[in-house]
Design a protein around this ligand. Structure first.
Ligand SMILES: C=C(OP(=O)(O)O)C(=O)O
Ligand SMILES: [Mg+2]
Length: 571
């Protein structure tokens, strides 16, 4: 029996067999082949295996996610039928007696270099297709088949180094009962995705993929961040009992559906959901979210190998807005960079990606990309209660420039006689300390703030949100962070504007009493925590916290704040 410790990223207990997602070593060596015919057969067979894989994945994605997303796999299948590529490989095998994997790698690189150098988006996409597909074929030639999340066809606990957006896009939610990763923190992509899908997870265990063998039984506890490998019978019995208790608790919480999110003395707030795609809407409705406080649109850009078109984006935004009816929906414009890469944009590698060319900085520079998104948003605005939000705003000029482009696109649409909602609120994420400090000035110009504590904490304490080695410094209740939050809320209220929070802190049991006391108007969190938060708020007394909030802000450390809240406000 081995125990692993990580960070509890999505609560819940699960017991199941491990499915290990590991990247095989695909380094290719060159050697001379003696039997050319045999090598050609080996090549053909690997192509056939890859075709089988891709057809399976394509069917799965078509059924589970939608035809649009499956198109990429059709493009991959076409690469495997391309006579030009195949003949170049075969010629190398025949004429140079080269082994198939090296012949394929060289030929693929030849085509990739040519396509990538063309100033043509379509050809650049083809280069990406060839890279992906040749990797799959080479994996068969080396006898190290690629394992992907679409190979999961039974109930399992998924073990991975980290989960990329393409892995989550292919993931079957019905079969993936839990997720354990080697790297990441509470606010990394895999953690956020697992929470929004309601799948219990433990991230940042450092060595789960090394320690856990495929097929072994594991118990994961997403609340405490613990994993038990090969548990004893007693442990299994004990955790089964805890799972039953959890189910009972969930049933009880369902009674809060359609109840207001109001403190025991009548102070009402809004509890909204964070989503990454229209696929999350079922969980939003099931958990009675009062709106969407953050739609992270970058996932629409990340689960494919090219930019989504205006039409594709319009459909996604329209679906979210019309499903939510007249409830508020805050849609955030593209926030890539940092830990969220878009390989097809070929952005330069950076030394400090979290401080680099990302989010609104990139959108203002590449306004061709930005304008497409804004048009899609404006067109969708007539289907519901849209609020547009810009990420990573550091200066007022950035906000003014982004808003100016939004208004220009609105004028363009009106000139084309396309309807646009006249009352769209335009706000910003407050996730950079400079903006929190200058909130009084921003509040005069924006319609609302949404505090992004995932980033605000990392920038305030200079502690990378992804790095387990500095996770002790990633302190949500640090008085410096709390004072910044207070400053933002007060500045907004001074101008009769509202402030929400869409960082993970908004759904955190210890933070909720403080945020309520500070007067936060909207709490946006993963949908699966909404009813728990509503239960907590309904049992808190706003007046009582309001009286003590000054004391809390005068505490000296994260731990002092945490102990105080635990002692006074958590039952
Ligand atoms: C909500 C936030 O944005 P993201 O996690 O997408 O960076 C945040 O920074 O708090
Ligand atoms: Mg952020």
């Amino acid at each position: 029996m081995t125990d692993l410790r990580g960070i509890g990223a999505s609560k819940g207990i699960q017991i199941g067999k491990a499915f290990v997602l590991q990247s095989p070593n695909l380094s290719v060596k060159e050697y001379k082949v003696n039997d050319i015919d045999e090598e050609l057969v080996r090549f053909e067979e690997s192509i056939n295996h890859a075709v089988n894989d891709l057809e399976k994945i394509k069917d799965h994605v078509e059924k589970e996610i939608g035809e649009e997303h499956a198109k990429i796999f059709s493009a991959h299948l076409l690469v495997l039928q391309d006579p030009e590529l195949l003949n170049t490989v075969k010629d190398k095998i025949k004429l140079e007696q080269m082994n198939a994997e090296k012949a394929l790698q060289d030929s693929a690189n030849q085509f990739i270099t040519i396509f990538e150098s063309m100033d043509n988006e379509y050809m650049k996409e083809r280069a990406a297709d060839i890279r992906d597909v040749s990797k799959r074929v080479i994996s068969y030639l080396l006898g190290e088949p690629l394992v992907t999340t679409s190979d999961i066809t039974d109930e399992v606990i998924l073990i991975a180094h980290d989960l990329l957006p393409s892995d989550t896009a292919q993931l079957n939610r019905n079969y993936t009962k839990g997720i354990i990763t080697d790297i990441g923190g509470r606010t990394s992509h895999s953690a956020i995705m697992s929470r929004s899908m309601g799948i219990p997870s433990v991230v940042g265990t450092t060595n789960a993929t090394e320690t856990i063998k495929a097929g072994t039984t594991v118990i994961l506890d997403g609340q405490n961040g613990t994993v038990i490998v090969e548990p004893s019978e007693e442990e299994i019995e004990y955790f089964k009992g805890k799972m039953e208790e959890e189910q009972e608790r969930e049933e009880q919480l369902k009674q809060l559906i359609n109840q207001p999110s109001v403190s025991s003395d009548g102070h009402q707030v809004e509890l909204a959901a964070n989503i990454g795609s229209p696929k999350d809407l079922d969980t939003v409705l099931e958990n009675d979210a009062e709106g969407v406080g953050l739609f992270r649109t970058e996932f629409l850009y990340m689960d494919r190998d090219r930019l989504p078109t205006e039409e594709e984006q319009f459909e996604a935004y329209k679906e979210v807005l019309s499903t939510l009816d007249d409830k508020p929906v805050v849609i955030r414009t593209l926030d890539v960079g940092g830990d969220k890469d878009l390989p097809y944009l070929n952005l330069p590698e950076e030394l400090n990606p979290f401080l680099g060319f990302r989010a609104i900085r990139l959108c203002l520079e590449r306004d061709d990309i930005f304008r497409v998104q804004l048009r899609a948003l404006l067109r969708a605005s007539v289907y519901g209660n849209l609020k547009v939000m810009f990420p990573m705003v550091a200066t007022l000029e950035e906000f003014r420039e982004a808003k100016k482009i939004l208004l220009e696109e609105k004028e363009n649409l009106l000139a084309e006689e396309i309807a646009v909602n006249e009352d769209i609120e335009v706000g910003i994420m407050v996730e950079i300390p400079s903006t929190a400090v200058l909130a009084d000035q921003f509040a005069k110009e924006v319609d609302f703030f949404s505090i992004g504590t995932n980033d605000l904490i990392q920038y305030t304490l200079a502690a990378d949100r992804m790095n387990e080695n500095v996770s002790h410094l990633y302190q949500p209740y640090h008085p410096a962070v709390l004072r910044l939050i207070k400053q933002v809320i007060d500045a907004a209220h001074e101008e009769n504007k509202w402030t929400g929070m869409c960082g993970e802190m908004a759904g955190d049991e210890v933070a909720i009493p403080i945020l309520l006391g500070l007067g936060l108007d909207e709490f946006s969190m993963s949908a699966s925590t909404i009813l728990e938060a509503r239960h907590q708020i309904r049992n808190l007394n706003y007046e009582e916290i309001d009286r003590t909030v000054e004391d809390i802000l005068n505490k000296r450390t994260n731990n002092e704040v945490e102990s105080y809240i635990n002692k006074h406000f958590i039952k």
